[in-house]
Design a protein around this ligand. Sequence first.
Ligand code: ADP
Ligand code: ZN
Ligand code: ZN
Length: 719
Amino acid sequence: MTSHIADVLIPLALDTAYSYAVPDGLDLKEGDVVQVPLASREVVGVVWGLRSGQGGNLKKVTGVVDAPNLSAKMRKFLDWIAWYTLAPKGSALAMGLKLVDAERAEVVRVGVRLAGQLPKRMTPARQKVIEAAQDGVVRLKSELAHAAGVSAGVVDGLIDEGTLETVTLLQEPVAEAPNPDSGSAALSDGQQAAALELIASMAEEHPPVTLLEGVTGSGKTEVYFEAVAQAVRDGRQALILMPEIALTTQFLDRFAARFGVKPATWHSGVTGRKRERLYAAIASGEVRVVAGARSALFLPYADLGLIVVDEEHETAYKQDDGVHYHARDMAVVRGRIENASVVLASATPSIESRVNVQRGRYRHVQLPERFGGRQMPQIRAVDLRRETIPKGRWLSPTLNLSIEDTLGRGEQVLLFLNRRGYAPLTLCRACAHRYECPNCSAWLVEHRFRRSLVCHHCGHVERTPQACISCGSIDSLVPCGPGVERIAEEVAEIFPDKRCVVLSSDMLGGTERLRTELAAIADGAFDIVIGTQLVAKGHNFPLMTLVGVLDADIGLTSGDPRAAERTFQMLQQVTGRAGRGEKPGRALVQTWQPDHPVIAALVSGDAERFYEEETRVREIAGLPPFGRLASLIVSAAEREAAEAHARAMALVAQPPAGVTVLGPAEAPLALIRGRYRFRLLVKTEREVDLQAYLRDWLGRCPKVRGNARVAIDVDPQSF
Ligand code: ADP
Ligand code: ZN
Ligand code: ZN
């Protein structure tokens, strides 16, 4: 007799689905969430396949879990991710499967309370439930069972006997329906044309990917809102991915102005019941628009019609632990699988996306001017070789004059330095000891507000010592170089009666405080804002007319081939904060190398030339997107173990034509969190099936031993 066998994928680091027998009478569909035995435990998994066969000696599926079914499209997407990133399939599933307590997630919930009828048969368990319900409060079944310390079945029994009665609990909907025809903005002609193009492409049989490129302040948001409105009108769902969703109060308000309500948001700060209800409501299609961090890409949308990737060039889209993926690239894949349009928006697109436009793979929609006739800021380089700056100071006389001038007119100044804390390096004047992290090959950064030395890689914190830990000298420690806190000190000395605020991701008070401060800046509560890249992106500060970049050269000197592109994007974004309101803006960029192509392009405003040159450099070097790249990091608690395993891997690499394997060499950060790291780089021609080669090679590698690990990063963002 044939019976059914279910191949169940379990959300753990496992590469294959396990087979289980389906008990008679259990009606299973592919995508169902089920409970199965694994070793001596019961775990939850998803039915990845069903087939007929002899399941005689297989363990049995225990039961079906009341959770949203994972659609065929969703399963295909997760399979694809696992294939592309070489992550175990189960790890990909773990990103897409959230276990939802169906009762807690339900939008209309049923509560229970005491009705008065005594049960025919009294048991100690029933007695406990009745006692717990004595106060007459309406509770969910699960809550009452929990309060009484019994199983939900006991509560069910008491409902059957009329001891408890059920009450419908109405609760607010998870998210109200956005109205696509509420407050439509009057679009400029250019915006209108761009919006129509996006909308038209959504109706195509195979909706395309479109790069929406527009200078800072051109109103890209208003344009893609029209595409979102269309998705809603079509009865489909829209996802807007953002790099810093937790800080986007302004964005949520703008959305509300356009659609009447705020969108549902999804990020790591959304927890508990809210998270469960959202997950269920996204799966049922009730939630129509989601604005979220990269993890929102893995939600089980019922019918996704549009994905917008805002600030598509942002590095925050890359996940660098667990499954290494780039949310922009995976959004394109998900869009294809779901038959959804994908819009990549940026003022400074990635070279990858620009090349995809040139290759005809992506459409291109451009907004070359700022909205409302506003001018782009005037950008000037301040040549630090020609400025006289006292030791221990970082603001040049030229910049100081401009600040004074701007403040004199009652306007706002942003001083940008992409360095958190007070000083990036601390050393002892007496013995030259440099304070280094015990777990990482990195300096400890002084944070003066917190009176500590902090490692930005592993979070190690120690009190700033009174006496040198190496030689015991008192008061011999010298902070070297500036961080934003140190700039704040300098600003307070020069402009003592101005209102000044420092913004960085490690600010006391966390996200909530940051949001408040960002709103306060927009309202004009501060004269001078000193910030890291956190303030560089996306925000609209209408009163800000001067941006001072304190050290434009940070980042340019790193060995990373993407350094120039990244720095250019960052400087474009931050200088783009100036002059977004009524008054025109200026930016002063302090640099030691005013002739560097990045600085020259920024000052001349000739982004095109910079991109062309940078693209040519990549092409000559065979770097992405003209060649393919993967990085394999071998790490272990002992340096020798890591190196030995990396060497053993290199020995069996046997790269075929078109593939080069470089290394092993010490990784750029040779020690992180107490683990030594060696790196192998795989570089291939564009036509080579990189994944196939990697699988083949890894299949020949010796097994890792002890605590050694190999982390695979396809398309590494820094290398
Ligand atoms: P970008 O994202 O391209 O930098 P935004 O979408 O933030 O630009 O728009 C810049 C500013 O212009 C915002 O303050 C926005 O409210 C305003 N704006 C853009 N388009 C319009 C429009 N059609 N009507 C009114 N204001 C607009
Ligand atoms: Zn010392
Ligand atoms: Zn560290």
